[in-house]
Write a protein that binds this ligand. Structure first.
Ligand code: 2BA
Length: 109
């Protein structure tokens, strides 16, 4: 069994969760925040049997789009004594960032 930890943009979540559920996958949704943009995103935990791993990844790949986002530059970490001038930056976010880990044990009580 594998656990897919997928960080996706909020815009893609409704369609992605529906598609995964329709195909019989179990999904847990967490509200998360990106460290760079400090904007909301969503992390999905999807536990899958090994033979269902690739079909699940195919659904994620099909639905999650990459998008350009204009954001204000994050404020410097660590504080500063001078004046800080935020400036707009463009970044390409997504489609989805996926971490895949082998599950040692799956127990349901
Ligand atoms: P954020 O950290 O808010 O990053 C949003 C987007 O900003 C990233 O998109 C990337 O294009 C850009 N970015 C991130 N760090 C940057 C930096 N130091 N300098 C310049 N640009 C930077 P994605 O790569 O698609 O990442 C989307 C979200 O996935 C991230 O949101 C973060 O929440 C998560 N993520 C990405 N890589 C991760 C990692 N290695 N570990 C944990 N979470 C990660």
């Amino acid at each position: 069994m594998k656990l897919i930890i997928a960080i996706v943009q909020d815009e893609d979540v409704a369609r992605l969760v529906s598609s995964l559920m329709n195909e019989g996958f179990g999904v847990t949704k967490l509200a998360t925040t990106g460290g760079f943009l400090r904007a909301g995103n969503t992390t999905l935990l999807i536990g899958v049997d090994d033979e269902k791993y690739q079909p699940a990844m195919n659904v994620i790949e099909k639905i999650c789009k990459s998008r350009r986002q204009i954001a204000t530059s994050p404020s410097p970490v660590g504080g500063s004594t001078g004046t800080y001038m935020p400036y707009p930056i463009e970044v390409m976010v997504g489609g989805a960032i996926c971490f895949v880990v082998q599950v040692e044990q799956f127990v349901k009580f």
